[in-house]
Design a protein around this ligand. Sequence first.
Ligand code: SAH
Length: 353
Amino acid sequence: MKLSFYDLNFADLEAVLKLNNLNTSAASVLFNWHYKKKQTVQCKENIAKTSIDFFQDHYDFSLPEIDTVHESSHDKTVKFLFKLADGHKVETVLIPFHNKYSICLSSQVGCAMNCSFCFTGKQGLHRNLSTSEIVGQLIQAWCWLANNRPGEERILNIVFMGQGEPLHNFDAVKKACEIFLSKHGTSIGIQKITISTAGYIPGLKRWREEIPGVNLALSLHSTLKEKRNELIPINKKYPLTEVLNYIDQIPLQKKQFVTYEYILIKDLNDSADDAKELGELLAGKSAYINLIPFNAFPGSNYQQPEHDKIRQFKKVLDTYKIPTLIRATKGDDVLAACGQLNSKKTIQHSAQY
Ligand code: SAH
C-alpha cells in the first residue's frame, strides 16, 4: 500500500528525498503546491521527472472524502462529514468570524474520555486519526470554501475541539501542527493553534516538552472533585488539582494564555458559588475563561441555563479580573456546536433540518 503524502512533515519529506537521492529542493516546491496553493493533485511543475515518478510510485495524494456538507441557516457555520478510506466518518466544522473562519478539527474517530455531557463520547473510541486525515480535513474545507464561497477561503485559526481527545493521539496531532506551522506551506502562526484537552496528563507532558508554543485549552467544567468525576471520568485518574499544578509549572510565552473551558449546565455547575470557586481557583493565572452554555443533543439529560444565569456567572468572574467570554452558540441548527458532533448520528438527525 502507498503511504500518504500528507503524513510527512517538512523534515520527513526532505529526509525521504535525500534517502532516495532526489533533489531536496523539491520539498519546498511540494509544500508550496499542496499546502499553500492547496492543490489536491500530484505536483508536476518545477520538479524533476525522477521525483515525479518517485512520488507517483510510492505516495498517495487522496484526501478524506466529503460525505455531506451542512450549512447553517442561522450563520455561516459549515459542518462537514468526512468519509475516511476505511469507511469511518468524522466531522469538521468551519466557524465564521468577521468573514474569516476558525476550523474545528477532529483528532479521533469517537473518543475514549466518555464525558457525560458530550455527544461524541457516547460512541466510544474507534480509532486515532492519522496525520493525513487531520491535515486533510483542513485542505478539503479550504477547497470547499474556494469553490462555494470564493474569496472567503481564509482559515485563520485551528482548534482541536472536534471529535476526540487530541492529547490522546499526540503523535499524529503534533505532526499535523508541524505541517500547519511550516513556513513552506500553510504557515499558520503558532498562537493560532489551540489544543483542547479534558486533562490527559501524559499528553500534557508531551505537549509541554514538544509543542509548548501551541495554545492549550483545558476543559474544566467544575472545581469540585465529585462533580468533575461525574462530568469528566478521567478526572478520577488525573484529578484537576494535579492537572492544574502541572499546567502552572509550564513557562508560558509572553501574551500566551491557557484557556479554561467551562460548560454551563442548568442547576449542576451554574450557581454564583460555582462561579466564585472558579474565580478563586484561576485568579492570578494567565487564564482566559470560555463559558460554553451546554448544547443539547438527542437523548441528553442536561439543560442549558437561562441567559440571565449565564450573565450572572460571568459577572462574578469579572470581579476576579479574569477575561471571560461567553461563547456564542454557532451552527446549532446543524448540530455543529461544541459537543454535538457524533458522526454516527449526524445523517439521521440532520435530516430534520
Ligand atoms: N477532548 C477535548 C476536545 C473536544 S471537546 C476536550 O475535552 O477538551 C471541545 C469542547 O467542547 C470541550 O470544552 C468540551 O467540554 C465541550 N463540549 C463537549 N460537549 C459539549 C456540549 N454538549 N455542550 C457544550 N460544550 C460541550
